[in-house]
Design a protein. Sequence first.
Length: 473
Amino acid sequence: MEKEQQVSMEKLISLCKRRGFVFSGSEIYGGLANAWDFGPLGVALKNNIKQLWWRFFVESRDDMYGLDAALLINRKVWQASGHEATFSDPLVECKKCHSRFRADELLEKYFKENPQVVHESISADLLKLDRDVKSFNISCPSCGVTDWGVPKQFNLMLKTFLGPVEDDANMVYFRPETAQAMFVDFKHILNTFSPKLPFGIAQIGKAFRNEITPGNFIFRTREFEQMEIEYFIKKDNWQEQFEGWLSEMKKWMAFIGLPEDRIHYLEVPDGERAHYSQRTVDIEFDFPFGKKELYGLAYRGNFDLQSHQDASGQSMEYFDEETKEKFIPHVIEPSLGVERTVLALLTGAYREDEQNGEVRAYLDLNMQVAPYKAAVFPLLANKPDLVTKAQEVRKAIQGAGMTFLPVAFDKGGNIGKRYRKQDEIGTPYCFTVDFQTLEDDTITVRERNSATQERIKVSEARKFIEEKMRGDL
Ligand code: ATP
């Protein structure tokens, strides 16, 4: 398979299940719509992404402050931020079968399937959506009938109740984004660390949205993780800061090994941006189901801090010691989804080629993100000397403490099958301990993509992996 070809979602989902990346949630009870559980390799991949992101955007910079805020947040926050009133999608219901869809998505799909149709850009206005869904005679994807109700706004926040009484006073929302807590805690960071502008607050954590049409595997779910930054700046140089963040996001995507030719940058046009945003770029990726948003980058002005100042009565001002001015900083927001990163990495890395007359599938993941950096096998499972030696080699490559590297160990089945398994989970190198190893302390190392082998000294195996990891930085 050529690099440019896309893996089908069926193949990818099957690999994810078979190899322990992602399972369907609650499966023994018939599942729960669009809920997915990450198995051992999925957790490893997600953890690698999150740790690399934290190192790349937080730890390696002097202008970033980490946060891990509570998931349940005072309702007043969501009232002030505008989420309670406006965090919604346009829902339209088929009068015949009562299936519900996003009106904008119905139109998007229709225009994509009918490129000859002349149309205006898809509006967020309910009246215009109603007019378009009806005038283009769009039929219901579930029952095929064309009989729609009037679109209405459907709020995406999930609710629950704190304490034993289920009334309005005890109702809270699960946060639909990690961002707001970083505005709410802005003053804490100012007071404890006295940072100078520009500086950022960063957070990784779960977010919940009652999506009307979740789907496409882990692409759109109701529970997901975000990696977000609120980068506070002076208003005057927002354009320069925006460009700087776009370039940081490009570096990040190259760093984790996302294929550049599948990444696209969409300047969100005037009518489609939030009213307070002067520039938003959606970073899109060619997924097997089409070009879709992977990440977002938005200039949000000072809307959020100003809204919280107005609603809470607490000052969100920053004092500039040089100019002796007090003002509310502006903000640039790079927003990244963890699961969409996993999906982009898996679809971008999936390859097939032919080995010994058979089709072989492998994941071309780089050393940084691969769940295992290497695997060690004894050539034969029933030779205790080989097994003991292989365990020693594994320990030596793993190292310990802060320098520990995850290394798989497999002694089951024939060696070809063991290679195949590691190829499918993206393990870059496999070391095999054979009889020669016992004689001269050398070992074969097989590279995943080329399937070529070389012999190196056992004492150099750890260094070999460390150098490959450095090469991927
Ligand atoms: P979309 O247009 O796809 O609904 P969005 O513009 O609403 O996304 P943002 O609010 O900007 O998304 O959220 C920031 C990031 O969080 C997205 O770029 C994406 O990576 C991730 N994300 C948002 N919604 C979901 C979801 N339902 N499932 C998985 N990831 C999501």
